[in-house]
Design a protein around this ligand. Sequence first.
Ligand code: SF4
Ligand code: SF4
Length: 98
Amino acid sequence: MKKLCFEMPVVSQCSVYSCAYNVNSGCHAKAITIGDRKNPNCDTFLSATDHCKETKLSAGVGACKVEACKYNKDFECRAEKISVGFAKKTTYCLTYKV
Ligand code: SF4
Ligand code: SF4
């Protein structure tokens, strides 16, 4: 497997406990994708009762499709870190700002 190494904003906290990647309020996917162009929902959310076993690293934001956010540049997130939770009855990037 080829290893990639680059800087990404970190997912510092996530309160979507029903997601497979969530363990103790942390997201442990390698990287997540935010947004569907209009809404800053978590596109990586996976509803499951079992959760990932690898929890050493916190996820990064690999891509974000919400151009309206002030932190978005060239379809990437430029915030230092983000937090994810629920808003508007869906998963939501709580760092989203216009
Ligand atoms: S940030 Fe997204 S993928 Fe990560 S635990 Fe939260 S809902 Fe799941
Ligand atoms: S802070 Fe803005 S640019 Fe970054 S992931 Fe959230 S919605 Fe996307």
